[in-house]
Structures are given as structure tokens and as C-alpha cells.
Design a protein around this ligand. Structure first.
Ligand code: NAD
Length: 362
């Protein structure tokens, strides 16, 4: 098994270092090789996703990714900006299914802006299609309007589209994932207004015939956005398109209190995956040793479960994280009165200690 380690920029290097220490103590046989990506790769090689980094990612069974970006690159031409590395990796590795679990840990119930009774025990999984939809549909651009409300005016347009194979494969991923959970899928669409999403709904309904043991319901995206804050625990697996998934997964992230706790996985058809925290490179706190490494450590657990077929090792990491939270250790983003504030390294130390069953001191 080979893992490509791409720490990236900002806090990426700090949090990935902790995830690697956690992987190291599991005593599993895999090879890890690091490469530059994002701004760091641009500085060294003039491109955010150099050929050598892409080659390493292609040859690996999984990619452990930190975060990329910094405000200082905002003036670069778009293809050279750090964030393009993520789009490039998604495209070249064929990553079409993004998994974002939103789990509210018992000890962090108070960190959410929602009432504790709404989110205590929350455990939902949002599956977002990553390769289609209005983000990639052609044609797109600017032109002079020939019709509409203002003929002759300047206008911009994008194209929303999904093909049958794209919808079928993401639907299958969702039904398979639900089989390992509470066996319920909510497909989110806007079928009442958009042809693309009436098609989405029809195809998901057809695929569902192969999964009679899983319950399927359909929900319009506006209602889903509302239900996520009204009664989020009613959901099990949510499957949706690229744009709706982009928005709903961030909304779900905030249910749990801190983006510093949320892992994510993007998988291709052969279960090769890119695993990364849901947050960015946090330039405001980079280099200060205060970033929460748990989202990245939990991403490493997802990597073990989905791409490296080591579910027991994944369980060990996840229970170690629960253990350190129960010990009252908190990085600044999840700190509250009565808990002990620790830095990035100390949090990593505590997870390592919990895995190796050493006593956590202090
Ligand atoms: P961000 O997620 O980096 O930060 C948002 C806020 O959350 C900041 O206040 C930050 O300090 C805090 N935060 C984020 N992760 C944290 C952690 N692990 N522990 C504690 N606090 C944490 O989003 P942003 O500020 O909008 O973007 C910063 C840069 O990251 C930009 O260049 C953006 O393009 C990039 N970005 C990259 C990714 C990615 O690599 N996948 C995703 C989002 C944003």
C-alpha cells in the first residue's frame, strides 16, 4: 500500500505532520511519500500541481492531503492558483464521489450554534457528486443577449448538465454507503424547476430498484437546507449534485460546531481516494501551532477504511479521538470553559498516546 502525502500550504503542513505520526504508531505496512502541492509547489516548480506530484498521486492507493492556498496568490492567473491543484487532482484521478460525514461528538455539543438537543448524537453523511453539474457544463461565458428580458445587454451564462452514467454511479455509491449505516438515502434535487434535476430524480429512482433494502426519499434543495437546521438527525445519507452538495455540506459542517473536526474523502471508481480536512489552509493561524489536527487525523481514518481496507485501524483512530475529547483536551477552535486548551502538537501527542494506550498526562 502506498500513500501520497501532500501537505500543501498554511496549516496543511502542521496538521498533516500529526496525521502521519498517528499513522506511524498503527504499525501497518505502508509506504508514504511526500510531494509539494498548491502554493508551495508553485514557489518551487512554478505550478500548483507539478507533473511529479501528479505522478505520485496516480501511483498511490490513496492521497492524504492537507490544504492549499494563501491570499498572496490571489493575483496569479487562475490556472496557477493553489486551489487549481485540487481541481486537477479530482480530474486526473477521476474522483467523482465526495463523502463528508457530519458527526457531532458528545463532548462538543456545546460548540454548535444549534440547540444541543437538535444535534446531540448527529451522524449524517453527505455524498456530493464532484465532476458534473453547472460547475463544469459547457457552454459557459459572457455574451450579448439576443433574447430574455434585456436583449442587447451584456449577460453571463453557465450550463447545468448531468449524464445518466454520472447520476447512476453516484446513486450506487450512496445506496452502498447507506447499507453500511441506517439504510436511508435522501436524494436532494430541484426537480420542480430544473430539467437536469428531474432527470437526476428519475435516474436515482431507477437505480433504487437494485437496493430494495434501502429506503429512498426525495427532497427539494430549499427544503433540505431548512431541514438541516430544523431536524438534522432525521437524515442518514444525503446524495446530491455538485452545486447543491457544495452548499449543503458546508451548512452541515457548521452543525457540528467546528470545521476543524470534519474529515472528507473523494473517491473514484476503483476506491482510490483523496482524503483531506474540510477546511482550508487557514493563513490567519498558520505557523502558530494552534490549528486543530483532528479533521486531518479523522481523514486518515477514512483513508484506512475506504481505500486501504483497514477498518480496525480506522476504528482505533476514531476511538482515540473520542478519548482525547473525553479527556477534556481542546484546540482553540473547540475550546470552552472547563476544558484544557492545547496546541496542534499536543493534540497529536494525545491521539498517539490514546492509540498506544499510554496515559495522557496533564
Ligand atoms: P479556512 O477554512 O482556511 O479558514 C476559515 C476559518 O476557520 C479561519 O478563521 C481559520 O483560522 C479557521 N480554521 C480552519 N481550519 C482550522 C483548524 N484546523 N483549526 C482551527 N481553526 C481552523 O478558509 P478561508 O480562510 O476562507 O481560506 C483560506 C485559504 O484556504 C484560501 O486561500 C482558500 O482558497 C483556501 N481553501 C483551501 C481549501 C482546500 O485546500 N481544500 C478549502 C477551502 C479554502
Amino acid at each position: 500500500m502506498k500513500i501520497a502525502v501532500l501537505p500543501g500550504d498554511g496549516i496543511g503542513t502542521e496538521i498533516v505532520a500529526e496525521a502521519i505520526r498517528v499513522l506511524d504508531v498503527l504499525d501497518l505496512k505502508f509506504e508514504m511519500e511526500s510531494a509539494l502541492v498548491g502554493g508551495a509547489a508553485y514557489e518551487a516548480h512554478g505550478h500548483p500541481l507539478p507533473e511529479s506530484t501528479l505522478k505520485l498521486a496516480r501511483e498511490a492507493d490513496a492521497v492524504l492531503f492537507g490544504a492549499v492556498g494563501d491570499w498572496k496568490y490571489d493575483t496569479l492567473d487562475r490556472p496557477l492558483r493553489p486551489e487549481q491543484a485540487i481541481l486537477g487532482l479530482r480530474k486526473h484521478l477521476g474522483l467523482f464521489a465526495n463523502f463528508r460525514p457530519a458527526i457531532c461528538y458528545e463532548q462538543l455539543v456545546g460548540a454548535s450554534s444549534l440547540k444541543p438537543e437538535l444535534i446531540a448524537g448527529l451522524d449524517i453523511l453527505i455524498i456530493r457528486e464532484l465532476t458534473g453539474d453547472i460547475y463544469f457544463g459547457q457552454p459557459r461565458g459572457r455574451r450579448t443577449a439576443v433574447d430574455g428580458h434585456f436583449p442587447g445587454a451584456e449577460e453571463a451564462f453557465d450550463t447545468m448538465r448531468y449524464s445518466r452514467p454520472e447520476v447512476e454511479r453516484i446513486a450506487r455509491v450512496a445506496f452502498e454507503a447507506a447499507r453500511k449505516r441506517d439504510k436511508r438515502v435522501t436524494s436532494v434535487d430541484k426537480a420542480n424547476v430544473l430539467e437536469t434535476f428531474q432527470f437526476w430524480k428519475d435516474v436515482v429512482t431507477e437505480v433504487h430498484k437494485d437496493y430494495p433494502d434501502v429506503a429512498l426519499d426525495h427532497m427539494y434543495v430549499d427544503n433540505a437546507a431548512m431541514q438541516l437546521v430544523k431536524a438534522p438527525k432525521k437524515f442518514d445519507v444525503i446524495v446530491t449534485g455538485n452545486m447543491f452538495g457544495d452548499i449543503l455540506s458546508d451548512e452541515a459542517a457548521m452543525l457540528t460546531g467546528s470545521i476543524g473536526m470534519l474529515p472528507s474523502a473523494s473517491l473514484n471508481a476503483s476506491n482510490q481516494g483523496l482524503y483531506e480536512p474540510s477546511h482550508g489552509s487557514a493563513p490567519d493561524i498558520a505557523g502558530k501551532g494552534v490549528a486543530n489536527p483532528l479533521a486531518t487525523i479523522l481523514s486518515a481514518a477514512m483513508m484506512l477504511r475506504f481505500s486501504l481496507h483497514q477498518p480496525e485501524a480506522a476504528d482505533r483512530i476514531e476511538s482515540a479521538v473520542r478519548h482525547v475529547l473525553a479527556q477534556g483536551l481542546r484546540t482553540a477552535d473547540i475550546w470552552s470553559e472547563g476544558t484544557r486548551r492545547v496546541g496542534t502538537r499536543e493534540m497529536g501527542d494525545a491521539v498517539v498516546a490514546a492509540i498506544t494506550k499510554k496515559t495522557i498526562t496533564g
